[in-house]
Design a protein. Sequence first.
Length: 224
Amino acid sequence: MPELPSNVHVSQHPSLLAKLSQLRSKSASPRDVKSLVHEIALILSCEAVSSVIKPASGPKDQTPLGFEYTTVVSEPSNICIVPILRSGLGMVEAVQTMLPASVPVHHLGMYREPSTLDPVEYYNNLPQHPSGPDSGRVAIIVDPVIATGGTCAAAIQTLREWGAKKVIVLSVLGAQDGVQKAAAEWPESTEIWIAGVDKELTDGGMIKPGLGDVGDRLFLTIGK
């Protein structure tokens, strides 16, 4: 497999690789699929978040024994999570768990047009004006699969136009060409953190060997 761009980080965490292997299995139950997506996202979040936030001194506080100490906060604080509907919802809680403070969650709804596989945006609840205290924000896109890369690239472009200064993409699995396409959309300000990369797509735009349709597996809509 050709070398991936420098802004793509493929995790080598042994627990994550084992969990990804378990998620590939068609015998994984819906409950297992939900848990595995969450657990993989938790490991990815741990790796990715440490590259984005830095510790900083906060206000004074007291321990239960009355000793004073300086609290630790994280910078930057203007972070948001952007799940791509609908399968991205399965990764939101993991990112929230890893961040030290609550952050906004903004949703983007996108689907692939069946004949062209081009992305179509059908829902966007990003605030209209990200300027002021939110300027310079970091947007964390969560979407389990990067197949053709069109949806991810479109989401990155939407966030760039909206006013994000840095985009972090967390994904469970990608196809090689799709990951390269997404990474090239805004390379100077985008980092992709992913659990695994497969070489090719089927004629229908599914990753081979892949995970199947993660949204259908998460929300029990297989065969709809």
